[in-house]
Design a protein around this ligand. Structure first.
Ligand code: COA
Length: 178
């Protein structure tokens, strides 16, 4: 299924939904927020993070009613050779209709326009099958399976898939042609 989404800054009306997102079991396990989450501060910090850094977290919104659907982030460009990383979260009630896949596409386009990474990578626990599908549907090839190095929400390490965007033109062609 394919959804249409809009990436935008966080607004105060998102704060209850941001708190609810981080309380959802799959998000708490696979892409948790801070233990002492203060939604207002978290939203403000992420909006500010866009200024003068290579860290971008956008609110993913429904283009029809501006409903908050989740988050998508691009970060880590300066940890290696200019390759950025992408991560995402979708409200449980909004999953299964292509929201994450649409958010990844929109975030990749923004990243290549605003940050110009050499490529984008994506890592997820092997057992997180939904995230693997999002990666593959979005054109991120599976390039390696690695032993986990950072604990997930339950404090455990999990083997991870490393995916990498191989065909950059999928998201950069509109940039090149203006
Ligand atoms: C993973 C997540 C972002 C998916 O969001 P979504 O909007 O449902 O994603 P999409 O609808 O774009 O695609 C979901 C795909 O996963 C598949 N899927 C769903 N549950 C699955 C499961 N348990 N096992 C395997 N595939 C699964 C869907 O069928 C779909 O693939 P398809 O279109 O080929 O059928 C969402 O579930 C989430 O936020 N999870 C918690 C946080 C997380 O895991 N973030 C990623 C960390 S790297």
């Amino acid at each position: 299924m394919s959804a249409t989404v809009r990436l935008r800054a966080f607004v105060p009306a998102d704060e209850p939904a941001v708190a609810a997102l981080f309380a959802e079991p799959d998000v708490a396990q696979w892409n948790p927020g801070p233990a002492d989450l203060d939604p207002a501060r978290w939203c403000a910090d992420n909006n500010r993070g866009a200024e003068g850094t290579d860290f971008r977290t956008w609110a993913v919104a429904d283009p029809d009613d501006d409903r908050f659907l989740g988050t998508v982030s691009v970060f880590g460009m300066h940890d290696g050779h200019g390759e950025a990383e992408i991560g995402y979260r979708v409200r449980a009630a909004e999953t299964g209709r292509g929201v994450a896949t649409a958010a990844v596409a929109a975030a990749c386009r923004r990243a290549f326009t605003e940050l110009a990474p050499t490529s984008i990578r994506l890592q997820h626990a092997v057992v997180n099958g939904a995230s693997c599908r999002v990666a593959l549907r979005s054109g991120f090839a599976l390039v390696a399976t690695l032993p986990g190095t950072e604990p997930y929400g339950d404090g455990q390490l999990y083997d991870e898939h490393l995916h990498r965007l191989v065909d950059l033109s999928r998201f950069t062609s509109s940039v090149r042609t203006g």
